[in-house]
Design a protein around this ligand. Structure first.
Ligand SMILES: CC(C)(COP(=O)(O)OP(=O)(O)OC[C@H]1O[C@@H](n2cnc3c(N)ncnc32)[C@H](O)[C@@H]1OP(=O)(O)O)[C@@H](O)C(=O)NCCC(=O)NCCS
Length: 343
């Protein structure tokens, strides 16, 4: 749990997002394309999830490649070189391989010679968890420039015979740079929780120490994502709203104080349930799931990009990030937007 925003901390050093970069693959898979592969319809997918299309990598493109492209985009927009980075934290559930960490591969690809790094596994909450972790190093003064990346190649773990899951996900990467600020902007508070009893409802069971790869695990498609959608849906609806309300309450805010709600994009119905509970108008909520689907760790930085493109984000805005994911993991982060260079 983080500490609430109060007067005494207003001039303290905070970790602030000073740059945003993204990478979305060009290749598009529409609902009509999926109709040819599994027993589904464009209408079912749109009405049950809000997804119209998703972007996917060329087969064989690993997470480190799109993560590095997003990182380079963030560096370019900030106008700094990779050698200035102190730390790289990559949130992903589709690492290039179990080890080395994707953060190491990104460090090498972008030439961040003095940075150390590691991966965070928190599925759809990965970006907010990684953001919180990176922020601690900035707030304590140990680091001045931390790169936080959320990147997933979900198509590498989808079962294209399972209509209940393969329609949901896309591939993308987003990256932010965290730096210290003492002007009242930056990350104010975070609230994270896990409920490990939710593990069976959303997982990729094969390939770890429990079920190392064998012919049998491959035959049983244990290296693909498995989900009990309805159970995850109900948990997500409840927890999105709870986590959002809780962090606002303890910082003496209500929904009306929020300038922008940036929610993980898993299902339009989950986002809108939280939106309505907080009483937020459409102008204060980012929705881009129709274009990208669920890109797991990348949805929140990608939603920040959409907000900037739509001119919904300005310096000083109170921004609430919220996510729920496999684990179960739950995360919310409250921040005052610092402003980034955006063209
Ligand atoms: C997956 C999800 C979209 C399914 O929607 P739902 O309204 O819960 O649908 P259900 O699972 O109850 O299925 C309803 C029916 O649609 C069918 N169905 C499932 N997928 C389908 C598809 N792609 N096309 C057509 N029909 C489909 C089911 O088989 C079921 O049919 P039945 O009633 O004959 O058994 C929804 O549960 C969801 O979004 N869950 C959370 C996902 C999530 O957030 N995951 C990431 C973690 S953040």
């Amino acid at each position: 749990m983080g500490g609430p925003e109060d007067e005494s901390r207003m001039s303290h050093r905070r970790a602030a997002i000073t740059a945003l970069g993204t990478h979305v693959p060009e290749r598009v898979v529409t609902n009509a394309d999926l109709e040819k592969i599994v027993d589904t319809t464009d209408e079912w997918i749109r009405t049950r999830t809000g997804i119209h299309r998703r972007h996917v990598v060329e087969p064989g493109t690993p997470t480190s490649v799109i993560a590095a492209l997003a990182a380079q985009d963030a560096l370019r927009r900030r106008g700094i070189g990779p050698e200035e980075l102190d730390l790289i934290v990559v949130a992903t559930v589709t690492p290039d391989m179990l080890f080395p960490a994707t953060a190491c591969l990104v460090q090498d690809k972008i030439g961040a010679k003095k940075a150390w790094g590691f991966d965070v596994s928190a599925a759809c909450s990965g970006f907010v968890y990684a953001l919180t972790i990176g922020a601690q190093f900035v707030e304590t003064g140990r680091h001045r420039k931390v790169m936080v990346i959320g990147a997933d190649v979900m198509t590498s773990i989808l079962d294209y015979e399972d209509r209940t899951t393969c329609i949901l996900f896309g591939d993308a990467a987003g990256a932010v740079i965290l730096e210290p600020r003492e002007d009242g902007t930056g990350i104010l508070d975070f609230s994270h929780e896990v409920d490990g009893s939710g593990a069976p409802y959303l997982s990729m069971p094969g390939g770890g120490s429990l079920h190392p790869a064998t012919h049998e695990t491959v035959d049983q498609k244990m290296h693909t994502l498995k989900q009990q959608g309805q159970h995850v849906f109900k948990y997500a609806v409840r927890k999105f709203a709870d986590a959002s309300e809780q962090i606002l309450l303890r910082n003496d805010f209500t929904g009306t104080d929020v300038d922008l709600f940036v929610a993980h994009q898993a299902n339009i119905r989950i986002i809108e349930a939280a939106q309505h509970r907080m009483g937020l108008p459409d102008s204060k909520v980012v929705k881009n799931i129709h274009e990208y689907g669920n890109t797991t760790a990348a949805t929140i930085p990608l939603a920040m990009k959409t907000a900037l493109d739509q001119k919904k984000l300005a310096k000083g805005n109170l921004v609430l990030l919220a996510a729920v994911g496999a684990g179960f993991t739950v995360g919310s982060v409250l921040l005052r937007w610092t402003g980034v260079s955006w063209d």
